[in-house]
Design a protein around this ligand. Structure first.
Ligand code: NAD
Length: 409
């Protein structure tokens, strides 16, 4: 017997087949950000991956060495395999030993994975499968994507100077729930035609934990949080709005919370992006809005990101891929990975001063007029440098730049 789609959904919602992605109920005082409290020495797993990954990793490690010399902090960097190089060596894009090492670390710094060589492999032997496995095994449910337009790079944005100058937005996206993972889902034949359907679903505890991450992030930034939903149409969004309001009002009373419908948020990000400080949204809205926000900046080579779990280490990585078209040519931009290391300092290792030192040094290098090919503009009078030289220049500023309150170990 064929059932109409609505009947199937209604039945599913009453049956045990109805899927609510697991998320423990989080107590109001639990902390999600900062995997570890500030200490003198940290164990970091470094995953250079494929393509330009090893080059940008080498540049980033040089910068981190300078940071350790300056601050007295110790970073025990230990490399492991993920992606194509792991397939070649272990026939597995995310080997068990890499997972074990990541779990035993204070944080994970990833470059990028993928390349033409593995494009035709079966799904289980594709580099991207390694990334998905890592996110799942490490319970990474929150994705943080900053879009900061640095004054030196305003011209690389496709939008007008007066619109993008000073933009500094952070999109906090829920990563493991929503319509991407909800069931029932599928394509069935109903009344003689194919019908496709997915289930947009969030449990209270899933919303609560991402709201808590967003509250924590907003308190470390400008204390303004916009929660994005479609509560005028979707029941799941009404619950989203209610729970976000409850969490922020109760536990983050110093944060100014407002709500925005997703269609309006998409417009406002282009019309007046400076109005935003921190944005929190579900998986599908965040997928779209974080890409839109990142394009305010202009270049892929400047975009860091963080993925955070409920406990244990987070994973910090540039937004770009492995750029196989320029791999090995010393022209890749290492700044997104260096800025990802800064996020690791701030959001996992409880080292905000070191994060700021890295960010300030990146700005200083740009201010000095150094540019990799992806951020060089015709007639900008800037000096074109390679990946290695860019890393060395940032490391030099990390060692020498003046800071207001000098760091001590
Ligand atoms: P890509 O991000 O690798 O490259 C897109 C364009 O941007 C290319 O022209 C590249 O040269 C340039 N680019 C990217 N990063 C740069 C940098 N740091 N400096 C200078 N230029 C840079 O995307 P793609 O070409 O679609 O994918 C290439 C491979 O990367 C694929 O195998 C894909 O699956 C993989 N990928 C991996 C990740 C990840 O590791 N998280 C993300 C996206 C894509």
């Amino acid at each position: 017997m064929k059932l109409p789609l609505l009947t199937i959904l209604a039945f599913a919602s009453k049956s045990s087949a109805f899927f609510v992605a697991p998320a423990s109920k989080i107590s109001s005082n639990s902390q999600v950000l900062n995997a570890v409290s500030r200490k003198d020495s940290y164990d970091i797993t470094v995953l250079p991956g494929d393509g330009i990954g090893p080059e940008i990793t080498t540049a980033t490690k040089e910068v981190l060495a300078a940071l350790c010399s300056r601050s007295g902090m110790k970073l025990n960097l230990k490399e492991a395999l993920i992606g194509g190089c792991a397939i070649d060596a272990k026939n597995d894009p995310f080997p068990d030993e890499t997972l074990e090492q990541c779990r035993g670390s204070d944080s994970v710094l990833l470059a990028c994975i993928g390349g033409y060589k593995w494009d035709k492999n079966p799904r289980e032997l594709r580099p991207e499968t390694g990334l998905l496995k890592m996110r799942k095994e490490m319970g990474l449910f929150a994705n943080l994507r900053p879009a900061k337009v640095l004054p030196q790079l305003v011209e690389t944005s496709t939008l007008k100077r007066e619109v993008v100058e000073g933009v500094d937005v952070m999109v906090v996206r829920e990563l493991t729930g929503d319509v991407y993972f909800g069931t029932p889902k599928g394509i069935d034949i109903i009344d003689g035609q194919r019908v496709g359907y997915n289930n947009m679903i969030y449990s209270e505890s899933e919303i609560e934990r991402i709201a808590r991450v967003a509250g924590d992030v907003a308190s470390k930034r400008g204390k303004k949080l916009v929660s994005v939903d479609k509560a005028n149409v979707l029941d799941v969004s009404q619950l989203w709005r209610d729970v976000v309001t409850e969490v922020i009002t109760k536990d983050f009373s110093d944060i100014e919370l407002s709500h925005m419908y997703v269609d309006n948020a998409a417009m406002q990000l282009i019309r007046n992006p400076k109005q935003f400080d921190t944005i929190v949204c579900g998986n599908i809205f965040g997928d779209i809005l974080s890409d839109e926000a990142s394009m305010l900046v202009g270049s892929l080579g400047m975009l860091p990101s963080a993925s955070i779990g409920e406990s244990g280490p987070g994973v910090f990585e540039p937004c770009h891929g492995s750029a196989p078209d320029i791999a090995g040519d010393n022209i890749a931009n290492p700044l997104a990975m260096i800025l990802s290391a800064a996020m690791m300092m701030r959001y996992d290792l409880d080292r905000p001063e070191e994060a700021k030192l890295l960010e300030d040094s990146v700005e200083a290098v740009l201010e000095k007029g150094l540019r990799t090919a992806d951020i060089k503009q015709d007639g900008d009078n800037c000096e074109l440098v390679g990946c290695k030289e860019m890393g060395e220049a940032v490391a030099e500023f990390v060692s020498s730049i003046k800071i207001e309150n000098e760091i001590t170990a």
